[in-house]
Design a protein around this ligand. Structure first.
Ligand code: OAD
Ligand code: ZN
Length: 409
């Protein structure tokens, strides 16, 4: 077989045809792609100058205060290159798995049985030391925050009052520049601080307390994982944060307090230096993900012993592609109301013939040796896992302490 990395890089450099999902900076807009599209949504595909983003260097040892942690503005220009490398290595993994160029025939079987029971046994065995959680809006819906794509209740189905050209325009950087009002009205409605963590968030915290959580990757900007007490270095906010804001013209930084005041005064925040628009550092469609995402995904995913995917439709790239970056034997458990991230039936059939690995979750493949779905509400799924793992007492302690904190405030 040809050198797989070489083939993948030929695809990347345009010498071979790239799968549509892998087009960084794709010109496909959410409007063209549609919300059901598995294509690269155009979200998160453009360029955001990493030197203008608040970032901290990673360190597992760091236990700094969360606010301080995110206030370091220490990204150098060279991070542009690392961003690029991270993105390219992610694309290579994706393409290699998509084209089945990974070169491994039989994959090591980690789970005794491919079921929730099998996953629980694996966790109990002590062999599973590094769990990565990947989350989306579904872990926060029970807190009262709508997700994006659920029929009827999803945010993108309920934005008529804003008179948007297409629902995702609310998070589209070009639309924002021409009409920022809808975003700021929404920001007021969904402003972090008004909601409490869900049992799913507490479950992730419990994984950390048990020493099993390597990292939590979230697409959410509601900060509920931090409210649930996860240390900052354990969390990667792939789609950014409300904690800091920047002027989109001169890049002057503004604090969360400043932005909050502007939002609640119904102002369109404008820069005190240059009158440019000031935008919270959440990642809009066509903007780049934070540098921290690209740094950490490269070192974390090869170490992963178990991937827990919770409450996400896995439709937005590059986040969705992360599921392909774990080792080919690494079990993946999806906890969601519906199946997500599965290979389309034709690909599944082809890959079933070729190997048991491949892109996407192989939930319906006869060759599946590692992917499990726990379908239903995330909170129920987490509580079920807690029961099966005999962690009930510790879980209740966390929940009780959170209620005490509420009363104290
Ligand atoms: P979506 O709305 O696309 O998907 C949420 C998934 O969670 C769906 O599969 C739901 O069925 C499921 N779900 C909802 N509530 C649930 C619950 N209580 N228990 C279990 N499952 C539940 O949200 P995301 O995948 O997070 O990006 O969307 C990804 C990105 O799309 C967002 O970060 C946002 C958006 O465009 C930006 O704003 C840049
Ligand atoms: Zn400015």
């Amino acid at each position: 077989m040809a050198d797989s990395k070489e083939v993948a890089s030929r695809v990347l450099t345009g010498e071979a045809e790239a799968p549509k999902e892998t087009c960084k900076g794709s010109t496909s807009t959410p409007a063209e792609g549609g919300t059901d599209s598995k294509e690269f949504e155009g979200a998160i595909g453009g360029m955001r100058d990493p030197s203008k983003i608040n970032e901290e260097e990673d360190s597992d040892e760091e236990e700094d205060d969360y606010e301080d942690d995110l206030d370091d503005d220490d990204i150098e220009d060279e991070d542009d290159g690392e961003d690029h490398e991270g993105f390219m290595s992610m694309l290579q993994n994706f393409i290699m798995s998509k084209l089945d160029l990974s070169g491994h025939g039989e994959v090591e079987k980690v789970l005794e049985e491919v079921s929730v029971e099998g996953v629980v046994k694996y966790i109990k065995s002590g062999q599973c030391k590094n769990i990565i959680t990947m989350a989306g809006a579904g872990i926060s819906t029970s807190a009262g925050i709508p997700d994006f794509r659920s029929p009827g209740t999803g945010l993108y189905n309920n934005l008529e009052k804003y008179n948007l050209p297409f629902p995702e325009a609310i998070f589209d950087i070009d639309f924002f520049k021409s009409n920022p009002k809808p975003f700021f009205v929404l920001a007021r409605d969904l402003y972090p601080g008004a909601f409490n963590p869900t049992p799913s968030h507490w479950f992730i915290r419990l994984l950390h307390e048990k020493g099993l959580l390597l990292r939590h990757y979230t697409q959410n900007i509601d900060t509920l994982e931090h409210v649930a007490g996860l240390p900052a270095e354990k969390v990667v906010e792939a789609h950014g944060t409300f904690r800091t804001s920047h002027c989109i013209a001169c890049h002057k930084e503004y604090s969360q307090e400043w932005m909050k005041e502007e939002i609640f005064k119904d102002n369109i925040p404008s820069c005190t230096e240059c009158s440019g628009l000031v935008k919270p550092d959440i990642v809009f469609f066509r903007e780049n993900l934070p540098t921290r995402f690209f740094h950490l995904m490269q070192s974390d995913f090869p170490k992963c012993d178990l991937l827990l995917i919770m409450g996400t439709s896995l439709t937005v790239q590059p986040f969705a592609m992360l599921i392909n970056n774990v080792p080919s034997s690494c079990p993946r458990l999806l906890i969601n109301r519906e199946k997500a991230g599965t290979v389309d039936p034709m690909m599944a059939m082809l890959q079933g013939m070729l190997s048991s690995s491949g892109s996407g979750l192989a939930l319906d493949s006869p060759r599946n040796t590692r992917d499990v779905a726990l379908l239903g509400d995330c909170d129920d799924g987490c509580v079920k896992l807690v029961d099966m793992l005999d962690w009930k007492e510790d879980f209740e302690k966390l929940l009780t302490s959170s209620k005490k904190d509420d009363k104290a405030e």
